[in-house]
Design a protein around this ligand. Structure first.
Ligand code: 13P
Length: 256
């Protein structure tokens, strides 16, 4: 089964609304859409409305994502953003369980799983992140660790909803460090994730259709080799996604 490559720019806590609009205009000059590659940007909440407006106005073929959300629809949860609010803001993807959320905001697998099911219930497309620390890798426990995160994150997910789920494998030691996993390392883990999904849902077609992204220091000069791996279906990009000059070469690599 062929899977369309997906390149997601996670802006993290970068760019004001005005800076986000400028970046989108830079992307618009280059990317007019592609049948083979899907591009998504995930701005901070404060820039989502402005970015959505540019996408609509310029009829850009770029999807809109959020970087996080809460699992309840409404209520007294000061500072939180709900799935229904994201839907109303024309967001379609939501990144969940990013290692920075797990590390700095104490999100564990139970929280991630609640968020994931809430996203699906509201017809958002979750991007479930997983990734090991350097310590776990050095202890040669990477595959077991990732398997646990995937099984916990996807717990309770209905097989029919799996067509909406994307997985992102982001080794923590490769995030923002310039240390990219070798394509072989990344492929080994992504292949294992596919195997775990196959085992969990008991349907080869589900595993075969699920997109699995790699993230961690993806740049224009390493993206092509990563995309060439059979079980890697795109990238979740951080640092290189916050300027058009560095994001465009990654999209270009996916289009080759
Ligand atoms: P970098 O591309 O900056 O390493 O970040 C990766 C990441 O965390 C994307 O979610």
């Amino acid at each position: 089964m062929s899977r369309k490559l997906l390149v997601v720019g996670n802006w993290k806590m970068n760019l004001t609304a005005a800076q986000g609009v400028q970046l989108m205009q830079g992307l618009d000059d280059f990317f007019r859409g592609s049948d083979n590659v899907e591009v998504v940007v995930a701005p901070p909440f404060t820039a989502i409305h402005s970015v959505a407006t540019v996408i609509d106005f310029d009829k850009m073929r770029i999807g809109l994502g959020a970087q996080n959300m809460y699992w309840e629809d409404v209520g007294a949860y000061t500072g939180e953003i709900s799935p229904t609010m994201l839907k109303a803001a024309r967001v379609n993807y939501v990144i969940l369980g990013h290692s920075e959320r797990r590390e700095y905001f104490d999100e564990d697998d139970v929280v991630v799983s609640k968020k994931l099911r809430a996203a699906l219930k509201n017809d958002l497309l979750p991007i479930l992140c997983c990734g090991e620390s350097l310590e776990v890798r050095e202890d040669e426990e990477t595959l077991e660790y990732i398997e646990e995160q995937i099984r916990a994150g996807l717990k309770g997910v209905n097989v029919t909803d799996m067509s909406k789920v994307t997985i992102a494998y982001e080794p923590i030691w490769a995030i923002g460090t310039g240390k990219v996993a070798t394509p072989r390392m990344a492929e080994e883990v992504c292949a294992h994730i596919r195997h775990v999904i196959d085992d969990m849902f008991g349907l080869e077609s589900v595993a075969a259709q699920t997109r699995i992204l790699y993230g961690g220091s993806v740049k224009g000069d390493n993206a092509e080799l990563i995309f060439a791996e059979p079980n890697i279906d795109g990238a979740l990009v951080g640092g290189a996604a916050i300027s058009a000059d560095s994001f465009i070469p990654i999209i270009a690599a996916a289009m080759r």
